[in-house]
Design a protein around this ligand. Structure first.
Ligand SMILES: Nc1ncnc2c1ncn2[C@@H]1O[C@H](COP(=O)(O)OP(=O)(O)OP(=O)(O)O)[C@@H](O)[C@H]1O
Length: 271
């Protein structure tokens, strides 16, 4: 059993933003949450992380309703990296990563060898060991993003919720980060905009559109030109290589232009 959402509904600011979504990730799998801006990805992640409470439906962790568990119990199992994580500017990177250990600390809050080992491993995994003693405000945007991920890894969660974790990262670090996430012995739910990264790294994807889950399954089943046109309003060609790896190629122009008619094609007949 793992973190699950069943028929969750959530209104924010009077609007329905998550509409009867059910999410049952396979334990250990990497699940991509896809969908256009405003489709409800971050909101669903908030419900899964327990920082939002559904108006109806339930989120459960190992069968227990999230609202019935203490914050500490949830934090021992679930780590969240949100899109707009705030960090004080005069704190050192190692101390940011140490924050991930708080749910594991004993009554007096003392840190032990196990904490320092977890922090060192998290810094190493995210390529930040040599920046551990740097002050936060001296880091680049991508390095800050990696430090937030290191903090989540130091938490040694079973479930990892990541909201656009590749934002700010250069292509090498995007690939390294998602490759790391897929190798971790955790269940991950990752909001992503890049459909090619989703196809490359996710075992399953769920597509949200105006709060509703409109498709779910393996990337190959879900990421079709038809779905991309319908949900994103964009023309695309989806190719699979001999090993079944997908590439999504986007094409300019409105979706109602027949596929195959490119800007280099014949000019429209004069009227
Ligand atoms: N605090 C809030 N009050 C009112 N509406 C909100 C609030 N937070 C989010 N919303 C609305 O909820 C809807 C879903 O937003 P959400 O951030 O979950 O989408 P998203 O898919 O993560 O978008 P993006 O890809 O742009 O990050 C949007 O219409 C957004 O404007």
């Amino acid at each position: 059993m793992t973190l699950e959402a069943r028929q969750v509904v959530w209104h924010r600011g009077g609007a329905l933003v998550v509409d009867a979504v059910t999410l049952r990730p396979t334990p250990g799998a990497t699940i991509g949450l896809l969908g256009p801006n405003g489709s409800g990805k971050s909101s669903l992640l908030r419900l899964l992380g327990g920082t939002g409470k559904p108006d109806s439906g339930v989120v459960t962790l190992d069968g227990a309703e999230l609202g019935d568990l203490s914050r500490r119990d949830v934090a021992r199992a679930v780590a969240v990296v949100s899109q707009h994580a705030h960090t004080d500017t005069d704190i050192r990177v190692r101390d940011v990563v140490r924050l991930g250990r708080i749910p594991h600390r004993g009554f007096l809050g003392a840190t032990g060898t196990r904490d320092e080992v977890a922090v060192a491993a998290a810094l190493e995994h995210t390529g930040l060991t040599d920046k551990a003693d740097r002050l936060w405000h001296t880091l680049s945007g991508g390095e800050r993003q990696r430090a937030h991920i290191a903090r989540a890894l130091a938490q040694e969660p079973r479930e990892l919720l990541l909201d656009e974790p590749t934002n700010h990262l250069d292509i090498r670090h995007q690939l390294e980060l998602l490759s790391l996430v897929t190798r971790l012995p955790v269940t991950s739910v990752v909001a992503l905009h890049d459909l090619n990264l989703a196809a490359m790294f996710c075992d399953e994807v769920v597509v949200l559109d105006r709060g509703r889950a409109v498709a779910g399954g393996s990337p190959g089943e879900v990421l079709t030109a038809e779905l991309i046109a319908r949900v994103y309003g964009v023309r695309a060609r989806v190719r699979a290589d001999e090993r079944g790896r997908l590439t999504v190629l986007f094409e300019p122009g409105p979706v109602d232009v027949p596929v195959g008619l490119t800007p280099d094609g014949p000019p429209p007949a004069a009227t």
